[in-house]
Design a protein around this ligand. Structure first.
Ligand SMILES: Cc1ncc(COP(=O)(O)O)c(C=O)c1O
Length: 390
């Protein structure tokens, strides 16, 4: 039998060519390593856009989704499920204390879409403020609050009025948050922007002024959450309690899922038919959520995230790296040359990292269980990179 042609060519022939792709094809993966079809072992410090929190083939996660698949692969929200109730209870257990209710969805954009709808419904207002450089997803409402989305947004109009607060500008935030504003949506650490951690003062200002004006604060923790910033959610690092929090990506450790968490007061505004999602909170996704939360706790991964962050900050300002921003394992390495060049060079050393919307920032979104030796490997590779050509 003829060997199948390169999947890159086959994808290009059959799928929309909307993604830039890296020059290797994974065959399998274990721990923090991807094994490629041509036998390379690549250290993955990018985790599939911050999804692979427990690394690959994590025994507890694999066992949980395998057993749940055998027991009950799917049922909708038309019936209650023990595993879904468990997932909701666990998630509330690790969330900021004021967030008592959950609505399950399938992705980050779907979580934000619902959060924004809830804010418009609950306040009766039609203006949403977002933060410059923020990213919230590709759907109609999430794309509307994403910075610089005009080049791809595509819809003839936005579903509500939108304005952007310059990031970290407390005076602008105080002036812009008024009684017309339904919600402010913010990533505490802006992921796509290059792991840019907003200041404490700015987040505190957003919290105080939304509360004062009867607007809601939505924390988009799709990328920053699930342990990535050293607490279960990044708002807990800042000591902020938002009215709504969205989660996805790492929440299922690789199984697609998302969640909208909100206060009891908000939850009481919504009844049957107001929100919905066929697959949201499906049993396999729910089992994955339970396994991810349990593993972060049992393996003390929040402490590991903080330790590895400290190690990266200590060892990795070498070679092309001038400065490090971000929190936990959502880190942006500011480079003295285009980050894409550094990423490509690191890949020749069998280390996978990511770029960001900031051309100078290389993004680290490593599995939460990376070890000290992995950081050593990154530091040595960075150190060995040739000086910039110009
Ligand atoms: C902060 C943030 N919000 C929302 C999204 C959209 O998530 P999804 O791609 O699951 O729709 C992303 C994706 O990168 C994100 O980083």
């Amino acid at each position: 039998m003829q060997p199948a042609a390169d999947p890159r060519a086959r994808e290009a022939a059959t799928m929309l060519r909307v993604y830039g792709q890296l020059p290797f094809v994974p065959e399998r993966a274990t721990g923090c390593d991807i094994i490629t079809t041509d036998g390379r072992r690549i250290l993955d410090l990018y985790g599939g856009h911050a999804v692979v929190a427990l690394g690959y083939s994590h025994p507890h996660l694999i066992n949980a989704i395998t057993e749940q698949s055998k027991l009950l692969l799917f049922q909708s929200n038309a019936v209650a499920l023990d595993v879904r109730a468990q997932a909701a209870e666990k998630l509330i257990g690790v969330a900021p204390r004021n967030l008592r209710h959950v609505f399950f969805v399938n992705s980050g954009a779907e979580a934000n879409e619902n959060a924004l709808r809830m804010a418009c419904v609950a306040t009766g207002r039609s203006k949403v403020l977002a933060i410059t450089q923020g990213f919230h997803g590709r759907t109609a409402a999430a794309g509307a609050v994403t910075w610089n989305s005009d080049s791809w947004y595509g819809f003839p109009q936005k579903p509500f009025d939108v304005a952007f607060i310059p990031r970290d500008d407390c005076d602008a935030a105080a002036a812009m948050i008024d009684k017309d504003v339904a919600a402010v949506i913010v990533e505490p650490v802006q992921g796509v922007a290059g792991a840019y951690d907003l200041t404490q003062e700015f987040l505190t200002t957003l919290r105080e002024h939304t509360a004062r004006q009867g607007a809601l604060l939505i924390a988009d923790e799709v990328q920053s959450g699930v342990g990535r910033c050293g607490q279960f959610f990044a708002v807990q690092v800042y000591g902020i309690e938002p009215d709504i929090l969205t989660s996805a990506k790492a929440l299922g450790g690789g199984i697609p899922c998302g969640a909208v968490l909100c206060t009891r007061q908000l939850a009481m505004r919504f009844g049957p038919g107001d929100l919905g999602s066929t697959f949201g909170g499906g049993p396999v996704a729910a089992a994955a959520i339970v396994a991810v939360i349990d593993s972060i706790d049992r393996e003390d991964l929040l402490a590991n995230v903080r330790a590895r962050e400290a190690q990266i900050r200590e060892q990795c300002i070498v070679g092309p790296v001038r400065k490090i921003q971000g929190k936990g394992l959502l880190l942006g390495l500011l480079c003295d040359r285009p980050a894409v060049e550094v990423r490509d060079e690191l890949l020749t050393h069998d280390i996978l990292t990511g770029t960001s919307a900031d051309p100078d920032v290389l993004r680290i979104l490593a599995p939460l269980l990376i070890e000290s030796k992995h950081v050593d490997q990154l530091a040595h590779a960075l150190e060995s990179l040739a000086p910039p050509t110009s």
